[in-house]
Design a protein around this ligand. Sequence first.
Ligand code: ATR
Length: 285
Amino acid sequence: MKVNPTNERDYLLLGVMGDPIGHSKSPAMHNAAINALGLSGAYVPLHIRPQGLGDAIQAVKALGFRGVNVTIPHKVEVMKHLDVVDEGAQRIGAVNTIVNDNGKLTGYNTDGIGYVRSLKDEACPDLKGKRIVVIGAGGAARGIIYALLGEGPDKISIVNRTSAKALALAEEWSSLADLRGYGEERAGEALSDADVIINTTSVGMFPQVSELPIPPESIREGIVVSDLIYNPLKTELLRQGELRRCTVHGGLGMFINQGAYAFEYWTGLTAPVQAMKEAVLTSFR
Ligand code: ATR
């Protein structure tokens, strides 16, 4: 069965749990997907506080939701309420998508794979043999690095303000690839032969739009510079990359594609990515 609603009326019930949740663009994006495919259903924002998370997950089953996204601050905590956690999500240590198969809840993480799909589509079709520098060593970096490992890069260097976290993450996955950790004071060294730079920190996000996560003079000419931030659509890091004739890639595509993977897990249908993107861009205006 392609679309697999869990309630009797073939109504595809989806949502997103977070705290806060009012700012989320996921409802606009997924409702656009539901409409574009002519499905009967809805994707609703669910304001769930941390103390209510367990009950909310039980309600997914009771109310017949086909699935939900989970966002800040629930991505780690939600794992203990699920029946199955996919291997990638386990390794990353966070879940952003839950699928309800007639009461059996499975957790996935589509952030990293969504990011990599977008990076390949929009900026760097082949990541094989590339020297990649990831700025940041938190949850977002974990998802992205895990997904990048499947692309056969030459090496991945992790640069972080707190060097111990970069070193620990490089060590944790050292059996999977050539991974190296650096403190931010050694950013220049890590960046000296980079082909792709990826910022996973919040440095440069609205309203601190003039901030940079690395010294701009350490960006090599003509490489790929990518930022997970999508507000603003073009961060100061990307602007600095453009000045050095780099191919730049913003965070909007990651957001769309993590949603596209989630939609595909819930429905078995190819996500209408263009309609989803238009809905998100409209919600910015
Ligand atoms: P996320 O899930 O968005 O990755 P996180 O797990 O809290 O959130 O991780 C945030 C990352 O951004 C960390 O790598 C953090 O660096 P520290 O480990 O040193 O805290 C980084 N970060 C956040 N604010 C930063 C800032 N102002 N300057 C440099 N790095 C920053």
